[in-house]
Design a protein around this ligand. Structure first.
Ligand SMILES: [Zn+2]
Length: 356
C-alpha cells in the first residue's frame, strides 16, 4: 500500500470505528423480558448468543455478547424472577448480557432499530418446550434384595437409593420430570420397575447401582451399561451379578425372549444415552477426585433393562468392594458430583435428541 493509500485507509478505519461505536443507553427487566436500548440501530450481526450448561456449582446460563460498550457499573437483578440478569462490560469491544437460572430455559431475541428484546420463553421457562422429558430413575435392588455387599458390610441397595435420590433432585432442578421406582428400602420386582416406566410413557429409564467383585480386589471405576444381547466376559459377570435377584421362571423366559427381539434402533439410542451419562459423570467426578477411573461404556444382558420400551441405561457408580472408592462414595461432595454428573449426562442426551 502506498503512503497516501495507507493514510486514507487509516482514516477510513477510524471513521468506520466511530460509526460502529455502539453503546447500551438503557435497560429494563420485568422478570419475563429484558429490554435493552442502544445508541444506534442494532442488528442480528451485532451479537452472538450461546448456552453455558449447569454444573455442580454454577447455574444454567444464556449469554448474549453484543459489540457495544456498557459504561455503567455492572447491572444485576436477581430478584425479579427465577431467571437472574447481569449486564457488564466483558472486554473492550463486548458487553455481555447473562441470564441465569437453576432450571434450563429458552429465550427469544428480537432486534428492532435501536432496541433488543430478550424474552424468556414459556411460563415454566423450559428449554424442552411444551412438555418436560420424563425420566424414570431406578434405585437398584431394595428390601430383601440387598444387592452386592461391600467393605464394612455396606449394602448396594442403600448406596443406590441415596445416589438415586440425589440424582432425582439434580434432574428436577433442570426442569426434568422425575419418577422413581422406589424411594424407600422396599423390594420391587424387575418387571415392575420397567413396567412403571412403560406405563408412564417415560422418555428414558436409568437404573443406578454400585459395583462389586466377589473376592477382595483393586477393581474400581465408573461404568455405564446399555442393554444388548452381545457381551464380553466382564460384562457377562456384571450382568450375572445384577441378574442374581430372584426371578421366577416365567419372567426369566419372557426376558430371554425379549433379548432375542431387541430392537436395533433402541439399542443405538440406549448406547447414545449411556455415552452421554458416562462422559458427564466422569467430568463431574473428576472435579472432586481427579483420578476417578473410566470403566467405559459397555453392553450387557441386564434383566432390569429388558422390557423397557424406551432408551435405558444402567450406571455402576463405583465399586463398594474397593477400599478407597467405597469411602469416596460416602463423601457428600463426591456423591453430589456423581448425581450432578448423571443429571448433566441425561440433560445432554435430551438436548441432543429431544423431538428431532
Ligand atoms: Zn446392582
Amino acid at each position: 500500500m502506498g503512503k497516501i493509500a495507507n493514510a486514507l485507509f487509516i482514516a477510513f478505519a477510524f471513521f468506520a470505528a466511530a460509526l460502529n461505536a455502539q453503546s447500551i443507553v438503557s435497560y429494563q427487566y420485568d422478570g419475563a423480558k429484558l429490554v435493552v436500548k442502544f445508541e444506534s440501530a442494532i442488528g442480528e450481526s451485532s451479537y452472538n448468543d450461546f448456552i453455558i450448561k449447569a454444573t455442580a456449582s454454577e447455574p444454567f446460563r444464556r449469554v448474549i455478547d453484543v459489540k457495544a460498550t456498557f459504561s455503567n457499573k455492572p447491572f444485576e437483578d436477581k430478584k425479579s424472577s427465577k431467571v437472574a440478569v447481569r449486564i457488564a462490560q466483558f472486554n473492550s469491544g463486548t458487553a455481555r448480557i447473562v441470564l441465569s437460572s437453576q432450571i434450563s430455559f429458552d429465550i427469544t431475541i428480537k432486534t428492532e432499530d435501536k432496541t433488543m428484546t430478550i424474552a424468556i420463553a414459556g411460563k415454566n421457562a423450559n428449554i424442552f418446550g411444551d412438555r418436560a422429558p420424563i425420566v424414570v430413575l431406578d434405585a437398584g435392588h431394595g428390601g430383601k434384595d440387598a444387592g452386592a455387599i461391600g467393605i464394612g458390610k455396606k449394602k448396594e441397595k442403600d448406596v443406590a437409593l441415596n445416589m438415586t435420590l440425589l440424582t432425582a433432585q439434580a434432574l428436577r432442578a433442570r426442569g426434568i420430570d422425575v419418577k422413581m421406582t422406589r424411594q424407600t428400602d422396599k423390594f420391587v420386582s424387575l418387571h415392575d420397575r420397567t413396567g412403571m416406566a412403560n406405563k408412564l410413557g417415560a422418555d428414558i429409564f436409568v437404573s443406578i447401582h454400585a459395583n462389586a467383585v466377589a473376592s477382595p480386589s483393586k477393581l474400581e471405576g465408573i461404568e455405564t451399561y446399555f442393554l444388548s444381547p452381545a457381551t464380553n466376559q466382564r460384562a457377562k459377570e456384571v450382568a450375572a451379578l445384577e441378574n442374581s435377584v430372584v426371578v421366577d421362571t416365567m419372567e426369566k423366559n419372557a426376558k430371554e425372549t425379549f433379548l432375542n427381539f431387541l430392537n436395533r434402533e433402541m439399542v443405538v439410542r440406549s448406547n447414545k444415552l449411556a455415552i452421554d451419562i458416562q462422559r458427564s459423570l466422569l467430568v463431574s467426578a473428576r472435579g472432586v477426585y481427579s483420578k476417578a477411573r473410566d470403566g467405559g461404556v459397555r453392553e450387557g444382558p441386564f434383566w432390569v433393562l429388558t422390557g423397557a420400551q424406551m432408551p435405558a441405561a444402567l450406571v455402576e457408580i463405583g465399586y463398594i468392594t474397593h477400599k478407597e472408592e467405597s469411602k469416596r462414595l460416602e463423601n457428600a461432595s463426591y456423591q453430589k458430583a456423581i448425581a450432578e454428573g448423571i443429571a448433566n449426562g441425561i440433560e445432554n442426551y435430551f438436548l441432543n435428541n429431544w423431538k428431532r
